[in-house]
Design a protein around this ligand. Sequence first.
Ligand SMILES: Nc1ncnc2c1ncn2[C@@H]1O[C@H](COP(=O)(O)OP(=O)(O)OP(=O)(O)O)[C@@H](O)[C@H]1O
Ligand SMILES: [Mg+2]
Length: 507
Amino acid sequence: MADDTSIFIGASRKPDDSYQRAEELLLRYGNRHGLITGATGTGKTVSLQVLAEGFSNAGVPVFCADIKGDLSGIALMGEAKDFLVKRAEQVKLDPYQFQEFPVIFWDLFGEQGHPIRATISEMGPLLMSRLMNLSEAQEGVMNIAFRIADEEGLLLLDLKDLQALLANIADRADQLSARYGNVTKPSVGAIQRTLLVLEQQGAANFFGEPALRIADLIRTTRDGRGAVSVLAADKLMMNPRLYATFLLWLMSELFEELPEVGDLDQPKLVFFFDEAHLLFEDAPKVLVDRVEQVVRLIRSKGVGVYFVTQNPLDIPEKVLAQLGNRVQHALRAYTPREQQAVRTAAETFRPNPDFDCATAITQLATGEALVSMLEDKGVPAMVQRTLIRPPSSRLGPITPDERRKIISESPVAGQYDQAVDRESAFEILQKKTKEAQDAEAQAQQAGSGGSRWTIPGFDDVLGTSGRRSSNRQTVAEAAIKSVVRSVGSSVGRAIVRGILGSLARGR
Ligand SMILES: Nc1ncnc2c1ncn2[C@@H]1O[C@H](COP(=O)(O)OP(=O)(O)OP(=O)(O)O)[C@@H](O)[C@H]1O
Ligand SMILES: [Mg+2]
């Protein structure tokens, strides 16, 4: 049914509910983004699973978050359950074949998948501030902290690096204020306390090395199928801000690392963003604007972004306007507010004279949806009432044993499992403090007078010990390594740092 230019997603129905035609997503418009919406239990996850299967079979790697664990079944072969076989008949999916998919499990906490890590330096001040929900003044201090780290060659890898840097900044707040603007001890202290909370929430696992290599997300198998990266997000969802910030970071990393390719026959990667409302919930306008920009620009890198959420109104209009391939499952319409949401959702479709969109949205069965995919010239097709095909892989979660087996056989097994803690800001600042103390002790012993001042841990004017210069070298080396690692050679990255970096400054 589906050839290699499209993904079969289901069958649309005539007004008398008989079979009408196959509905397909055209792979060449797979990078024009998409949207899957609907109330709880209406079939969003299964629709996501069906799309992910289709992309993988076409050789397109997929990244998706698994909020409830029920997407993990995509790693294993489906079974011929009655209701699935019946659905396959209804949509004329013949033969209905079962299949398992090449899944790589990931987990920010390293429990249900390979650990995913990023460094603080990579995350940048904007996303860190968002993650920590900082006030504007605190965000200003965070920007200064990153600037100081850049200028002084301090690598920020993990949370303790940032803690050490902040402590150091607090110590010399007056001096720094003169140079960079307002850096007050209370605002630094407030950030330090927020960092502690973040640590208690388990975020410490996430920050550090080895950091995720984007290349590991765009793998294909020897038989030409795209890897399906499944992020275990059940625990992560308890910290929605970390979840949203992480996915935002991932999206910007993809944008930075992948070259400009224009429109291809099929995407290079497809990214599913479940619970997408979290990305925009009480996000400052600047951030929403930048997300809009990244979504718009990432298309020409061959990346398709598919938002999954309950209601299309959860997504800001400017972002919504860019989501070309739409699957709208049922919505409830009991309260006036719900009714309004249904009307608005209906208005986003190109109408079909055969039925009233708003009425249909409230009547859709489970696993049925209003579907409008982009067709020729990238124009949205007239909306159709569509029964979604059943998945080929397992419906529902896999067992912990099955998961363990898949993790141990994964192509990245052993590459991320062990955290590495190389010399970075924390260690360097510790050394410097010690050196400054030693030097002071020496000076006091020598009893020499003169103007001598130390700034604990920083640019001290004391001593001419060779130790310090060797320390400098280490810092410089580390800085170079950091730049090479995080900047790479792509021009795209510079643009992206611009997009996200310019946020706070624009305020
Ligand atoms: N295309 C389909 N074919 C067969 N059964 C389906 C299909 N879509 C959904 N179902 C049935 O409906 C159930 C609920 O679907 P699903 O888990 O996708 O809902 P959901 O919208 O993701 O819900 P939630 O918001 O709670 O996560 C599935 O477990 C399955 O039994
Ligand atoms: Mg679901």
